[in-house]
Design a protein around this ligand. Structure first.
Ligand code: GRF
Length: 184
């Protein structure tokens, strides 16, 4: 099964998909980013994967940027779009065109804490558990049908950074595995 990985930042999830590609049941056809400074670009290059860069700051509106993404996608044969730290909300028309074929990972136990700064929100709320959620993307932010979740217990000495690290470690393992199983 063919996937395109979208990212905006460091790209640890992208790296994990790339490392595991040979062993698992997906093929990364292309990668995409909105951020010309994203760390993931070098990672994709190191693995000889194409990376399409469309800097959103160069477009007058989200719709115009997403129209360009739509055009890019229309020339590629793929099954699923995998959002791995893609920090932009997708326009409704794009989500509708690829309904059921866009998957996201979100660093909280949805439906709790959609949006940004999830680790801080979890600490502020004195939660007992934190974790990550893999879900289908709908036009409402971080609220599509959940595919899987994994949680861990928050320790008294956990900090913003330790929670971030713990979530990433789980995500890097869970995301490629889940996509591979989903396609199977
Ligand atoms: C992940 O924690 C993901 O849940 C969130 O953004 C982060 C991306 O990290 N949506 P990376 O760029 O894959 O390292």
């Amino acid at each position: 099964m063919k996937i395109i990985v979208f990212f905006s930042g460091v790209g640890t999830n992208l790296l994990s998909f790339l490392i595991k590609e040979k062993k698992l049941n997906y093929k990364i056809i292309s990668t995409f980013t909105n951020n010309p400074h994203a760390g993931g670009i070098k990672i994709a290059q190191d693995f000889d994967k194409p990376c399409k860069i469309l800097d959103h700051t160069q477009y007058k509106s989200r719709e115009l940027h997403d129209k360009e993404i739509q055009y890019f996608l229309s020339h590629i044969d793929f099954d699923y779009i995998v959002l791995a730290g893609y920090m932009r909300i997708l326009s409704k028309f794009l989500v509708e065109e690829y309904e059921g074929r866009i998957i996201n990972i979100h660093p909280s136990l949805l439906p709790k804490y959609p949006g940004l700064n999830t680790h801080q929100k979890v600490l502020d709320a004195d939660e007992k558990y934190h974790g990550t959620t893999i879900h289908f993307v709908t036009h409402e932010l971080d609220s599509g049908p959940i595919i899987t979740q994994q949680r861990f217990k928050i320790e008294p000495n956990d900090t913003l950074d330790s929670l971030k690290d713990k979530v990433k470690i789980i995500e890097n393992d869970l995301y490629p595995k889940t996509i591979s199983e989903l396609l199977r």
